[in-house]
Structures are given as structure tokens and as C-alpha cells.
Design a protein around this ligand. Sequence first.
Ligand code: PMP
Length: 382
Amino acid sequence: MKRLSSRADSIRPSPTLSLNAQLTARRTAGEEVLNLSVGEPDFPMPDRAREYAAKAIADGRNRYTDVAGIPELRERIRRKLAEDNALEYTPDDVVVANGAKHALFNAFLALCEDGDEVVVPAPYWVTYPEQVRVTGARPVIVPTAAKLTAEQLAAAVTPRTKAVVLNSPGNPTGATYSRAELAALAEVVLRHDLFVVEDLIYEYFHYGDGGVPSIASLGPELQARTVVVNGVSKSCAMTGWRVGYTAAPPEIARLIRRLQGQATSNVSVVAQYAALGAMDDVPWDAIRSYRYRRDLAHRRLTAIDGVRCPLPTGAFYLFPDVSALLAGRTADEFCSALLTETGVGLVPGTGFGAPDHVRLSYAVDIPVLDEALDRLAAFAAA
Ligand code: PMP
């Protein structure tokens, strides 16, 4: 047989897969698992999302929609971007996609091609480098202390650099860029004529003062080169519904729409109505309650000898440096031993470009969090 696609074969599988297989095997064997590896909120989705979805089904909404999404949802997203992010778009600038992951993929495909470079600050969400690779571009990984600085960006730029990825608040670090930090980055972006792919999916999980600034809000010349990515997966606990979106300048939005029109067409119409309901019924109390868990998990984690972890300002992860606990093991071996010996599931930092770290999600019940941290402390001490 002929060779399969070397491009497809160059994509690394999601690093959480083998961990999930281990977790499932443990559960099937009847063993207890304290799973702190989850990347999704544990609160229920908004009632209005259920109602809108049910109504869409009852109303017989069973046809294709516009590739970019139903007009009501794109208008609702336009309003959200104006209200939350001080960004003026038209509904035509918005393309609703199958989750933020698909929205990101659309963005990279619209911007990048063979020979391009895309700056990806590490630690990064595992998917960015792989999606960049699919386009034929090369991810240029820049190690950071959670946030990319203007100097680091300037040093990474070459004549081939097409774009830079910003994720705020970030997965896995929970770090949020301030307006001043974005302004410094913006200066480099403009000087070198770069695009920005800005992933704001954790926007509402923000524990600092004020909102999460978008680099696109720093001026029309920034908005003209930024693709903003967001969705309802995290904010409305609707990861399974698969609704995300891009907001982009008209020329980029046009290409994204064209790509999506030949790949997936519209997102499930029922899911689109659910997202429309969700956006008017954001579970703010549940979201805000995560601040307490962050503080609890951070206090308990940093009390463990050998664990270093800044207090994150957003998302729902802690990403401690555990190099002092590795004792010659890789983070993968550490997480594997932790799971086998204590039943606690953490994600090794390897896939995030930070092999001395592990990722802990605090989007779990407080008793589970407490018990897992007891066990982690005992494991670290042993
Ligand atoms: N961006 C980041 C930083 C994420 O962590 C995730 C989900 N883990 C996504 C995008 C994808 O979100 P969605 O489920 O909407 O595709």
C-alpha cells in the first residue's frame, strides 16, 4: 500500500489519552480514582441552554443553517464582544465553529501555510503546536515564565513569522495578560507585521480585578490582525455541545467561512440554539465559586515541600513545578506512580512543553480536592 499522510502522522496524539486509559482501567477494576486531570467545569449547564435546545427540537429546527451560524447567535456574540471586550464587530465577522478547538483550527488554516512560523509561548495548551503543524507551518516554541514578554517575542521573530498565539487566562498556567503586557506585545506585533490568534476561552474564570483584556481592543490596527477565539464550553459548562467561535477582520472571516463551508458546514443547529440560551444565562455564581477552590488548592499544594507554584489569576488549573519531587523520574513517570499508588490523577507537564511540571484541575468537588491533596502530600513526603 502507498504511504499514509506524513503530515497527519506528524501530529502527536493528545497526551491526556494514555492517562485517561489508565484512569478508566483503574475505575473498571473497581479502584477509586480522584481525577484532577479534567479540563471542564463540574457545574451544570444553564437552564436556558436546555430550554432553547429543547425548543429548537420541538420547533423542528432540522435544516442546515448559514455556514457561519444562525443570525441570532452571531448577533448575540457580536453584542458579547462589544459589552465584555470593547470590540466592535459585525455579525459577519463571527463564525460559529464546533468548539473553540475547531475555531482555532479554522484560524490557523486561514492564516498559515508551508514555510510559515507561528510563535507559541510555552507552557502551551497541547493543541496549538499540533494544529499549526497541520497547516504546514512550524510552531516556534518560546519558553516563558507563564507569559510571553515583548522581548521574548521580538527575539523569536524571523522573516517567516506569520503569527503569535496568546491564551489568556492560559491553560495550563492560569496566567492572565494585563493591558500593559499586551500593549508591549502589540508594539512588536505591529513592528513585525504579525497576526495574533488570541484564545480567550477561560475569560470568565478570572480572579483578578476587572476583566480580561483582549489585545484586539488596543486599537483598530491590532483588531485588524487579530483572530479572537472564544466559546461556551468552559464558561457555561457545555464542553460536549461543541460551540465555539472566531471573531476576525472581514478578510480573515471570509476565508474561515470558506474553509468551514467545505469542511463541516454549520455547527449542529440545536447546539447553536443552546449556546444562544446559555449566553443569556451564564452561571456566574458557580464560576465565581472557583476562586475559593483555587485558593484552597494553591494553599495546600504550596504547603508541600518541593512544590513551587505561583497563584494563578485565571482558568481552573494549578501548574506547579515539581522538579524537586521527580527524583530522576519524568513527569509522566511521576504521574503514573502517583496514580498507581494513591489513585490521584494529574496530567504530566510534558505535553504542555514543561516537563518539570504537572497540571492539577480544581474543577472538582471540594472533598475530592481535599482528599487528593492529602494523598499528594503523603506521596511527596514518601
Ligand atoms: N483553548 C484552550 C486553552 C482549552 O483549554 C480548550 C479546551 N481544553 C480549548 C481551547 C477547546 O475548547 P472547546 O472544548 O470549545 O473546543
